[in-house]
Design a protein around this ligand. Structure first.
Ligand code: 13P
Length: 265
């Protein structure tokens, strides 16, 4: 399985010029890497201004290089429903028509600041998969939940609720699911989590995914790790066979850092 290296720029950078510069440096340095899928997720406003070579196919736009475009969220309704009367929202279809192939969903910062619930996230996962995009679903426990011994219960509940609406979808849709184990307490500047702790969470998620979708589909769903990954610690995580990639926040804003991480995969 190719390692998946995702850059989540969050609400950065502040100008289009900086976004283009950052995107181009990462693309140039990583486009020919083998065995790695690099996904860059800029804020919505920059998506149509950064360039990934793509071809138009009946199922949507397909980028040709190893570098793919992703967004950090989307709405659950389609643009055509209710004449698109969902002010301020962006649909999966719009993203697809722009050349996006990936969508991060359920990030803990959205759960924390926007009050996104597992139920909302489940609808978003369904919308993304039904549009033939890849959903990067984030789950993870808070510091308090970990300290009170609730980690496994939290992960199990988040998986069950966030995946509720896609149970029973044909395998070709489910093949586009990626799950991120991102313990909230391990996100910079607080992290990192140890490799052993990341592995424990990832193996638990893998076990649950197989229970939900069965061996055949479940075994193929990549589970990646997120939280304080940088060029110094990336290899420790990426060398583990069971860690199928990393979701990188702060370090993805520094091209040298992110390129180094991708090269270690
Ligand atoms: P950091 O890599 O800055 O810890 O962020 C992790 C994250 O939230 C990625 O989505």
């Amino acid at each position: 399985m190719k390692k998946i290296i995702v850059a989540n720029w969050k609400m950065n950078p502040a100008t289009l010029q900086s976004a283009k510069r950052l995107f181009d440096s990462i693309k140039k340095a990583t486009k020919n890497l083998k065995n790695v899928e690099v996904v860059i997720c800029p804020p919505f406003v920059y998506l149509s201004n950064v360039k990934c070579p793509y071809t138009a196919e009946p199922s949507g736009l397909r980028q040709m290089s190893n570098v793919k475009l992703g967004s950090q969220d989307c709405f659950w309704e389609n643009s055509l429903k209710n004449r698109g009367a969902f002010t301020g929202e962006i649909s999966a279809l719009m993203l697809k028509n722009l050349g996006c192939q990936y969508v991060i969903l359920g990030h803990s910062e959205r759960r924390q600041y926007i009050n996104e619930t597992d139920e909302m996230i489940s609808k978003k996962v369904e919308a993304v998969l039904k549009n033939d995009l890849r959903a990067i679903l984030c789950i993870g426990e808070t510091k308090k939940e970990r300290e009170t011994g609730q980690t496994k219960k939290v992960l199990k509940t988040q998986l069950k609720k966030c995946l509720k609406k896609i149970i029973g979808l044909p395998a070709r849709f489910l093949a586009n699911l990626i799950v991120v184990y991102e313990p909230v307490w391990a996100i910079s500047p607080n992290g990192p989590c140890s490799v052993a702790e990341a592995l424990e969470g990832i193996l638990f998620i893998k076990k649950n995914i197989v229970q939900i979708f069965g061996q055949k589909i479940g075994k193929k769903i990549p589970i990646i790790y997120g939280g304080s990954i940088n060029s110094q610690n990336a290899y420790e995580f990426l060398k583990e066979k069971e860690i199928n990639g990393v979701l990188v926040g702060a370090a993805s804003l520094n091209p040298d850092e992110f390129i180094s991480i991708a090269n270690q995969a």
